[in-house]
Ligand binder design. Structure first.
Ligand code: LMR
Length: 336
């Protein structure tokens, strides 16, 4: 009996030893889910992060990138991150409201940023860091901000003046600031997941949308919209975020290597955003299916006049202090 117990115990020890090398070699898997095409600034940034992270960790970490809402749509991916079903995301800053961190919607205030530098001054300053801190009680850690340029408008009719928006059903991301923006223009906003946009435009569930050329091109929005207006009225950017518990539980050396990979891929993603969007706009033009309109300064002034009250109106949502901090960092001056 004693011998049998001894034999069983030795077998168990041997089995554990045999399993050890395999376990030691099994890479840590990070699932990185996002909603856009691989051939976009975010898609390319995610791919670059994967390459850098795998190289820097010598294969101890494997990054699985799931583009195009393959795994989860907008709202679901936030929940999946909190539950730990995926470890990493890069949602647009306009999608943090449903999580309860409404301050992120400050980035959606119309005509807040005169250029990309103004946007970066906010994310790289104290407000960018403060907003990331607000994610921590939600079990999320912010690692970086990725830029994706300025929003343009699209519809099946020309959108030149504010009056052109009257009664138009416009798809928006979940931000209440974007909702207020569309209402201020006289349009009817409709929140919808990015993955549903093409079909909604095709079937007339919505009449138009705002978005960036890289998304309009890669999602083939130009097939279902006849007019685009280069209004640059809003800005699109992302927060690269991870499940905090997962991140904090990583071996310290791996976390350092991943931080370096994030830093490099952030520089890369930010560097390509403008050229990628320019290239996409050329692609849309080359399709010969869309009339692209550049508004006159007088038209833009009219838009601004209609949209500036949104800044005040949204103080109760986003917080006056947050708005003022963004103004200061961005060098925002209210138009006369
Ligand atoms: C959108 O929903 O329009 C964008 O946030 C999609 C994206 O991630 O660029």
């Amino acid at each position: 009996m004693a011998l049998r117990r001894l034999l069983l115990a030795s077998a168990a020890v041997l089995a554990t030893l045999a399993a050890l090398p395999a376990q030691a070699q099994a890479p840590i898997v990070i699932k990185f889910s996002h909603v856009v095409a691989p051939d976009t600034p975010k898609g390319k940034g995610a791919q670059r992060f994967k390459e850098l992270a795998e190289a820097k960790t010598g294969g101890r970490v494997k990054i699985e990138v799931y583009p195009n809402s393959q795994l989860y749509k907008d709202k679901e991916e936030m929940e999946a991150l909190q539950l730990g079903s995926v470890q990493m995301l890069a949602p647009s800053l306009a999608k943090f409201g449903p999580l309860g961190v409404k301050e992120f919607e400050v980035f959606d205030l119309p005509f807040l940023f005169k250029d990309t530098d103004a946007f970066r001054a906010v994310t790289e300053g104290p407000l960018g860091a403060d907003l990331f801190k607000k994610l921590e009680p939600k079990g999320i850690k912010g690692l970086a901000y990725w830029d994706n340029g300025f929003h343009i408008m699209s519809a099946n009719k020309p959108l030149h003046t504010v009056a052109d928006f009257k009664g138009m059903k416009m798809r928006i991301q979940s931000s209440k600031v974007l909702d207020a923006q569309m209402r201020a223009l006289g349009a009817i906003p409709q929140v919808m997941a990015f993955s549903e946009l093409y079909q909604a435009l095709q079937t007339g569930v919505v009449d138009g949308t705002e978005g960036v050329p890289s998304n309009f091109y890669t999602q083939k929005i130009f097939e279902v919209q006849k007019h685009m207006t280069l209004s640059n009225h809003g800005h699109l950017a992302y927060a690269v975020i991870v499940n905090k518990k997962f991140w904090d539980g990583l071996p310290a050396d791996i976390r350092t290597q991943l931080e370096a990979a994030i830093k490099e891929s952030t520089t890369y993603a930010n560097a390509i955003a403008s050229t990628e969007n320019g290239r996409a706009l050329e692609g849309i033009k080359a399709s010969n299916r869309v009339t692209i309109y550049t508004p006159t300064p007088a038209e833009i002034n009219e838009w601004k006049k209609a949209l500036m009250p949104v800044h005040k109106e949204m103080e109760s949502r986003v917080g006056k202090a947050t708005i003022e901090a963004a103004y200061k960092a961005a060098g925002f001056v209210a138009p006369k």
